[in-house]
Design a protein around this ligand. Sequence first.
Ligand code: AMP
Length: 181
Amino acid sequence: MATTTAHEEIKRRIRTIPDFPKPGIMFRDITTLLLDAEGLKLTVDAMVAATDGPVDLVAGIEARGFLFAAAIAVPLNAGVVLIRKDGKLPGVTIAEDYVLEYGIDRITMHEDALVPGQRVLLVDDLIATGGTARAAIRLLRKAGAHVTQAQFVVDLPELGGADALRSDDVQVDALVAFEGH
Ligand code: AMP
């Protein structure tokens, strides 16, 4: 009998909701993974195990990225830096813009969040086109971070985001992949 791997256990706990938030999108919903104590632990353990070398900070992308960033930062003995939408952080911020299908979006972080040279692991729940993660990496590098790696629970490889990040000299790891958009 075939044994089920941790990655298969994680994948089957992610729910797919077709046509959300708009027609044609298959939304990979990690809330069902979060609800499951065993699935959440498997996910956190796998992300910690996939971390390549020591890091000083884990950067989480709003909002689902925060959950995984904080959970893995504790066993990694790292702090957490928040990458947020514009207008949410109370202190002085630096910003980076990125292009969406229709229009432009902006992410920010506190300008004094990190000391130049600190090793930062970027985390989000999912990478699709990579636009958000690439902007986060530009932002972290602008603040002086040494971005060592980016980790995601889900990769949508057909959208090319992980490969784009690799071309930015970042090691990319994801626990599971889904076909399509
Ligand atoms: P992108 O910038 O295209 O890589 O999009 C990544 C961001 O959008 C992540 O923060 C994801 O949470 C969200 N996202 C994009 N596509 C999906 C999808 N099919 N299912 C769930 N979340 C998605």
